[in-house]
Design a protein around this ligand. Sequence first.
Ligand SMILES: [Zn+2]
Ligand SMILES: [Zn+2]
Length: 109
Amino acid sequence: MCVQQTWQLYRRLHESAIFPKDQLAVRREIANIWLKQAPVNSRTGRKGGKYAAKDKRVPPHVRFDGNSHFIEKTEKQARCASCGMKCRQRCIKCQVGVHDRCFAHFHSK
Ligand SMILES: [Zn+2]
Ligand SMILES: [Zn+2]
């Protein structure tokens, strides 16, 4: 939002107010408007369903131990721990969803 727009917004908000304000007071109010709006504006658009760090669910010493990792089919859909897409397989040992095509990748560093 540029200063011009903020000024117009200020005018709209204060149309009913009759008493004049000097430039400094106006600038201070504009600063207040900015401060109130900025956090909201910066948050929208950035937030969203960002998938939680996929590797964090399985500790590395389990994930990369190369021992007894088997894939099994699941009834419910899960998130693949490697690519983050929905899948219907999981690693029995890691207890996380993983595609068969992602299985090797997920278990190798
Ligand atoms: Zn996958
Ligand atoms: Zn595993």
